[in-house]
Design a protein around this ligand. Structure first.
Ligand SMILES: [Fe+2]
Length: 169
């Protein structure tokens, strides 16, 4: 079954948006570095790697369906924040946007009875639950620990986050 032009476009847009997301988090890593919060730098660097892996997953899928991958440019990510808390709030908002984008593509794939794409996107639907929950939890923690010592401890904890490659299906 051939990819429809509309679904191919939607998948390409999402692939590029995953690369854009990677840059959003890399800009947050740079901001955290300026604050001297190395654990947060590590956290956002891992997030960056995850987003690149998400984009690569779309890249692979479009190729597997004999579609044409189209790489685009994107807007400059936000680089200044009023606090590390604000960076996380922007991140959560960003992930909520990603979730709705994914849901829209699923809707479109369903409408076109493209169940290959529906099945491919299931992984992302589950992943988005985790992404939103991660940022929600960290926002709560940051709010609880806003004094310097608490943030220092959280910074230490985030130092331990590691990137786990997505297993091949
Ligand atoms: Fe993503």
């Amino acid at each position: 079954m051939k990819l429809s032009p509309a679904v191919a476009t939607a998948l390409n847009v999402q692939m590029n948006y995953e690369f854009e997301s990677a840059h959003v988090y890399l800009a947050m890593a740079a901001y955290a570095s300026e604050l001297g919060l190395d654990g947060f730098v590590n956290f956002f660097q891992v997030q960056y790697q995850e987003e690149v892996a998400h984009a690569q997953k779309f890249f692979q899928y479009i190729n597997d369906r004999n579609g044409r991958v189209e790489i685009q440019g994107f807007t400059t990510p936000q680089k200044e924040f009023s606090s590390i808390l604000e960076a996380f709030e922007v991140a959560l908002h960003h992930e909520e946007g990603v979730s709705s984008r994914i849901h829209e593509i699923v809707k479109q794939a369903h409408a076109e009875t493209d169940y290959f794409t529906v099945s491919f996107l299931e992984w992302f639907i589950k992943e988005q639950v985790e992404e939103e929950s991660n940022f929600h939890n960290l926002i709560s923690k940051i709010k609880l620990l806003q004094d310097g010592a608490g943030l220092y401890l959280l910074d230490q904890e985030l130092q331990t986050r590691t990137f786990k490659p997505i297993p091949a299906e």
